[in-house]
Design a protein around this ligand. Structure first.
Ligand SMILES: [Zn+2]
Length: 63
């Protein structure tokens, strides 16, 4: 999992972790990151609900 600055409010849905951080422009970004070893999927979202939806619908290649 890549190191992110000010990564907080982490929650977990299945293999996917969702955390909130601020990007360099100071905007709040909700990042969804799959923790499965060979998957490597991650994406940033502007809302927490979008990140949660993506986490729930993520189809892990590893599984
Ligand atoms: Zn995955």
């Amino acid at each position: 999992m890549p190191a992110r600055e000010h990564f907080h409010s982490v929650m977990r849905i299945g293999p996917v972790q969702i955390g909130t951080h601020r990007d360099r422009a100071g905007r709040t970004v909700h990042a969804a990151v799959c923790t499965a070893d060979r998957c490597g999927w991650s994406a940033d979202y502007t809302s927490r609900s979008a990140a949660q939806l993506a986490a729930r619908t993520h189809r892990c290649k590893v599984r």
